[in-house]
Design a binder for this molecule. Sequence first.
Ligand code: CA
Length: 229
Amino acid sequence: MTGTRSILLAEDDAAIAEPLARALTREGHECVIASTGTEALEKALSEEYALLILDLGLPGVDGLEVCRRVRVERPQLAVLMLTARTDEVDFVVGLDAGADDYVGKPFRLAELLARVRALMRRSAAESDDVVIDYGDIQLDARARRVVVRGEDLTLANREFDLLQFLMAKPGQALSRDEIMTEVWGSVDLRSSKTLDMHISWIRRKIGDDQPGRGKHIVTVRGVGFRFDP
Ligand code: CA
């Protein structure tokens, strides 16, 4: 249920959430509703969404706290805040927490949908153009550069694609089939062997094989691999 057009709607008031979800679905988005802050946070951090529409007043963890946590752990996820507290201070605080935009309640559906479209366009444009930076290792998708501890690496095309795919989903176990389908476009025995060879080349290049250093690419037994930032 997730992907580049998916929206997570965190709103505890069903009278707002349900019609809004229907409108977003009509616009071609998949929409998932979370009705508490805790649920919103859990979903936002464990699944891939293009946009989080976030009510400020949520039970459990409140919207500001959800926003702050999402900003730290999912910096690429666009956040549109909904707030019934219309004084300016709350707006500023909302944007300080890292929201990309806000809409005051009550809102007109047409206005909200226009903001959603703008944020979705921005997030689609940025996803092609992304720099993934985990401190000691940085990957620039547009320049196709990888820098490890200040040094530029020379990577073959497939090595780069494979590393990019792993780094784009940090902390997630990715299955061999999923990786091969994404990077090689097919799953067969030859590409399975090829996958292991590429993993071992990348590990050597990024320094995972050196003793005393933390390992970025972790083998997940029976599944595949995981990138640990
Ligand atoms: Ca609310």
